[in-house]
Ligand binder design. Sequence first.
Ligand SMILES: *[C@@H]1O[C@H](CO)[C@@H](O)[C@H](O)[C@H]1NC(C)=O
Ligand SMILES: [Zn+2]
Length: 342
Amino acid sequence: MSHSWYFIFVSIWLLAADNVVAQQSNRQSANWADDEAHFNSSLALILVPRVVGSRGHTQVRNYLVNSLNGLGFQTEVDEFKQRVPIFGELTFANVIGYINPQAQNFMALACHYDSKYFPNDPGFLGATDSAVPCAILLNTAKTLNSYLLQQFRNRNDLGLMLIFFDGEEAFREWTNSDSVYGSRHLANKFARTRSPTSTSDQANLGPRHIDRIEVLVLLDLIGARNPKFSSFYENTHGLHSSLVEIEQTLRTAGRLEGNNKMFLNRPAGGLVDDDHRPFLEENVPILHLIATPFPDSWHTPRDNAANLHWPSIRNFNRVFRNFVYEYLKRHTAPVDLRFHRK
Ligand SMILES: *[C@@H]1O[C@H](CO)[C@@H](O)[C@H](O)[C@H]1NC(C)=O
Ligand SMILES: [Zn+2]
């Protein structure tokens, strides 16, 4: 890797620091209601053992596609076969939903839907890893649906992408090759795809699909009691700070439960390898929303419904939907958070 990387720190969020304060009343008026009945029914359908190749996996994959279609997203299933340790050849499928697929750029929200294979625990559910994050993405789309299908629909500058990665988990042991099967496949595909956008003329192919992603927001290990989210990447500190601000605003307005401060305005002490790796390698800005320390139940039979903490889940849903809404709503020009070579 070259040593000549530097940041161009153009964040609408930083530039809009005053705005954040000025728009607090605005924020309160955009009081997007919870839809916990929807969250619960989504989670119930995702929270089954869903190891790649299993029946539960196929059911969840189909549920995600149907659910996205029902919410007005255009869907794409990126299916591929690959050999893996223990099982041999498996069929994987990333599920992607788009609003405004023709837009110039995208905000991408992501999680993984496969559950980890444990030879001694065939019933492993992966509630926080990552059934809850997947249900959060669907619930965000559901609670913002009137906005997404009306004011946001048909914008040319920005689209919304929901990505449900397959095969995040290692089959034998976590290595660069035994992990993140789906995201490696999708990043590679997006790096090879060029499609004309509404702003590129028909004769010229548009930019690489992967370069149209302004930020990949990856959710993982969410649903346990009192999570903490630090900022992992300097180029998305501004976005992370806006989560801190939104949480504070909602708490002041009495719209959060308990007093756990989820979003910490500080850099994380290290990095966590996850589905974002192949996108990071393609210079896609990453906002990694993973609880650190990890939930106690991580990769144990206790990562199930009984150990979820509902006030923390509700709080996350509330902060996150406001964050997504504000990003989409305030977006007026391309946001370039990429690292640029000198
Ligand atoms: C969703 O499920 C949780 C846990 O079972 C429960 O506490 C909550 O009341 C449910 N919400 C709705 C709207 O049914
Ligand atoms: Zn895991």
